[in-house]
Ligand binder design. Structure first.
Ligand code: PA5
Length: 448
């Protein structure tokens, strides 16, 4: 079971101060459970762990099986909350180097992601690479009009129709979108694509446990039932009212206290490369939920020990406004022993025969103490082992903490008004009808 430990922040904060957060936590708890706080129309994620829709889960599994039978590659098209959760789960729970398939044998589609940028070079590389492979698409967009995935879908739909013909392409395109509105809904109805629903009351960054995340995750061969049961276990603990009993509320309370002390940047540190995308998902969750109205902790992430050789200098010794949350994985999926090599001359033979995972966790323990000594408060989230259950737990823990933390900071954790500004400028500069005045003004500024 996931645990949360703030003992290495106690040089910077006292237990008494943390305890004094109880009334504020209670207010946040009531806003969440009574569903009457800002953004309460988007609290559907709270029910996802408990409310299991069996027939929808079976439909997802059937589609996932078909994708596995039909495809070498599943291309997942989406941006932000429409792809980061699936990417985090798949990266965390599948081998870094998947076993090579025998020619003509399906069952392990490679999952690749697209539609989260506007790079022409990347699109050209992707379509060239897909040419010799059996392909399925899952386009995920609640609105159906987000520029990046909409352009990627245009390109890849045309690619699929050219490769397979319109009819077969239609059996390889899966659409996850709004129940009744939006461009993708209308197109899917017209073309007969199989569709899955993004629930109305779940925002993108809280949607990994809906079909948004579940279809690509199931297609990758991950047991989504086990993921849901992990989320349900965590929901039971993260739903408790008392601060002392609720790890998510402790995390929310401690990070808000640190912010009030001037620690405005939080770094999520992992020591497992397979957790890189969990860090990307976490950055969106907290950044988009809290960064508004001139408030919020800036979420950053590092991959260790890699980044100890780059960002480590700053974290140890730079401007003191950082705190760190470490993802600590207790057991590896498989351990590895360091070989003896007295002739290597690297001074490391004292490690011969030692567990590589143990060395990794020892590096982590030493780094935590060094950073604390350097003035960086440290929080630790421990995951026993990287399983589907642990992924479900981590999702529910961070989502609950983020919602409570946003309420503690006095913001609506479920909207994202700031993401519109770049879109308005982009559309104006691209000549979208209706944006003429803005275009003229921006072009004048760009000309200097
Ligand atoms: O969290 C969010 O709401 C956003 O990141 C959205 O998921 C993202 O902008 C994609 O939107 P859409 O699914 O409408 O294409």
């Amino acid at each position: 079971m996931l645990t949360f430990d703030y003992s290495n922040a106690l040089t910077f904060l006292s237990e008494r101060e943390i305890g004094q957060m109880e009334p504020q936590i209670l207010t946040a708890h009531r806003l969440l459970t009574e569903r009457n706080g800002p953004g309460s129309d988007f609290l559907g994620w709270l029910d996802l762990a408990a409310k299991h829709d069996k027939s929808e889960a079976e439909r997802i599994q059937r589609a996932a099986r078909r994708i596995r039978e039909q495809s070498d590659v599943l291309v997942v098209i989406g941006i932000g909350g429409s792809y980061l959760g699936a990417r985090a789960a798949i990266e965390m729970l599948t081998p870094a180097y998947p076993p090579a398939e025998k020619p003509g044998e399906k069952g392990w589609p490679q999952i690749v992601f697209c539609g989260h940028h506007l790079s022409a070079s990347h699109m050209a590389d992707l379509t060239a690479w897909l040419a010799g492979r059996e392909v399925s698409l899952n386009v995920i967009s609640k609105s159906g009009t987000t520029t990046e995935p909409a352009i990627a879908f245009r390109v890849l739909r045309a690619f699929m129709e050219q490769k397979y013909g319109k009819q077969e392409a239609g059996t390889r395109i899966y659409v996850t979108t709004d129940r009744s509105r939006g461009a993708l809904r209308a197109l899917s109805d017209a073309e007969g694509y199989e569709t899955f629903v993004v629930p109305d009351d779940v925002g993108g960054r809280y949607s990994v446990l809906t079909p948004v995340g579940l279809l690509p995750i199931a297609a990758a061969g991950i047991d989504i039932q086990r993921m849901a049961s992990g989320a349900a276990d965590c929901a039971a603990r993260c739903g408790r009212e008392a601060l002392a009993d609720n790890p998510a509320y402790q995390y929310a309370a401690v990070r808000n206290l640190l912010l009030r002390r001037g620690y405005g940047v939080e770094i999520l540190a992992n020591y497992e490369p397979s957790l890189h995308s969990l860090g990307e998902w976490w950055k969106q969750l907290f950044g988009e939920s809290e960064g508004k109205d001139g408030k919020g902790i800036f979420p950053a992430a590092v991959d260790n020990t890699t980044d100890l050789h780059s960002m480590g200098q700053y974290i140890q010794d730079g401007n003191r406004f950082l705190f760190e949350t470490v993802l600590d994985v207790r057991q590896p999926r498989i351990d590895f022993e360091v070989p003896a090599a007295p002739e290597a001359g690297d001074g490391l033979d004292f490690l011969a025969g030692r567990s590589l995972h143990d060395i990794n966790r020892t590096a982590m323990a030493g780094t935590i103490l060094a950073h604390v000594d350097g003035g960086v408060p440290n929080l630790r989230v421990e995951l026993p082992v990287l399983t589907p259950e642990a992924f479900g737990q981590a999702v529910f823990f961070f989502e609950t903490a983020c919602a409570a933390s946003g309420y503690l900071a006095g913001v609506n954790p479920f909207d994202q008004p700031g993401v519109e500004a770049y879109k308005q400028n982009m559309f104006a500069l691209l000549g979208k009808p209706g944006y003429e005045a803005r275009r003229a003004e921006l072009e004048k500024r760009l000309r200097g």
